[in-house]
Design a binder for this molecule. Structure first.
Ligand code: AMP
Ligand code: MG
Length: 335
């Protein structure tokens, strides 16, 4: 049997199909790109409503499967933008009813950890989750995934996107800043805002724009922003790692596609004698396959909901989500 997962927490509408042995059979995605400025939740949701039915068809076709080959329909229940989540949940409920398949809610952040866990084979890694809206260091402990550190203002990706748009570019800013940073030569001083295991980016946004107004080169700004912001993320990951028994770190989120961030975290982890794993880019960014795989784990441990009890949870907290498949595993290996 396979499982179909629907992701729609923010920009990306995605449908993934994964086998019971975690083989990714299909991913069909379409990203909402705002014509100008940042994401508008209602417009993104309209995009998802328009695209999800076709993406379901494309994914089934690519996997060469039909509804009778599926064990369940999984969907991202939260956290995310309410209208976007509701678009995905509505499609998931419809498929569950039409095909008479169980409906399995999945926490988006837990899904980033689980796909990286199964791909890496690392049993108990720490996740540096660096995406548009989220910037968190997550690890499992005492029956739950815990957020050990996070941004106290905006997500790293939103920071990069806002900055790039203010510098005259277009969304998404992260990859464009990565390309521009390669041309930079001078490291300009920017606020380095680490508070314990938390970070903040809004001061860096203001300072970078102030340097730009004074005539600093865009390439130097991009280079300095990358070095400073990714050093901050590497530092909070190291701080969290110092409290862990294992030196294993996995990456997730769109910003984890960044080569400099990957290299910095890898160097830090390897200097501590640990192991770092970054999933392929298609599974770092938001995708339906991670929702499908986590849905499979949840369903196998008895979790499913009826459609009328499947409301989305835009502010769902990672540490309030039950993960019975982890509890069983943790008990058997003494975590
Ligand atoms: P997500 O929210 O996980 O879908 O990721 C989207 C975010 O990842 C956006 O803010 C992008 O700017 C950012 N992003 C994508 N690729 C890169 C990259 N190579 N370097 C930095 N940020 C990136
Ligand atoms: Mg994400």
């Amino acid at each position: 049997m396979a499982i179909l997962g629907i992701e729609s927490t923010a920009h990306t509408a995605s449908v993934g199909i994964v086998s019971e042995s975690a083989e990714v059979l299909a991913i069909a995605s379409d990203m909402y790109r705002p014509p100008s400025g940042g994401i508008h939740p209602r417009e993104a949701a309209n995009h998802h409503v328009d695209h999800l039915p076709g993406l379901v068809e494309r994914a089934l076709e690519a996997a060469q499967l039909g509804p009778t080959d599926l064990e369940a329909i999984a969907f991202a229940q939260g956290p995310g933008l309410g209208p976007c989540l509701r678009a995905g949940a509505t499609v998931a409920r419809t498929l569950s009813l039409a095909w008479d398949l169980p409906l399995v809610p999945v926490n988006h952040c837990v899904a980033h950890v689980e796909i990286a866990r199964v791909l890496s084979g690392l049993d108990d890694p720490l996740l540096l989750y660096a995406s548009g809206g989220n910037t968190q260091v997550i690890a499992y402990g005492r029956g739950r995934y815990r957020v050990l550190g996070e941004t106290i203002d905006i997500g790293i990706g939103n920071f990069l996107d806002k900055l790039w748009i203010a510098l005259g570019g277009t969304f998404p800013g992260g990859p464009a800043i990565e390309a521009e940073a390669k041309l930079g030569t001078e490291l300009l001083p920017l606020p380095y805002s680490v508070h314990g295991m938390d970070v903040a980016f809004s001061g860096m946004l203001t300072a970078t724009l102030a340097l730009h107004a004074k005539g600093a080169k865009r390439a130097d700004l991009a280079y300095s922003v990358e070095v400073t912001a990714y050093s901050m993320l590497t530092e909070i990951t190291e701080r969290a790692l110092a409290h862990r028994k294992h030196g294993a770190v996995v990456l997730g989120g769109g910003v984890a596609c960044n080569e400099r961030l990957r290299a910095m975290v890898r160097t830090m982890v390897e200097e501590r004698g640990g192991t770092m794993f970054a999933p392929p880019r298609s599974l770092c960014v938001d995708n339906g396959a991670m929702i499908a795989w986590t849905g499979h784990l949840a369903f196998q441990s008895g979790l499913s909901v009826l459609p009328d009890a499947s409301a989305v949870q835009p502010r769902q907290r990672t540490d309030l989500v039950a993960t019975p498949w982890r509890e069983a595993r943790a008990a058997s290996v003494g975590l």
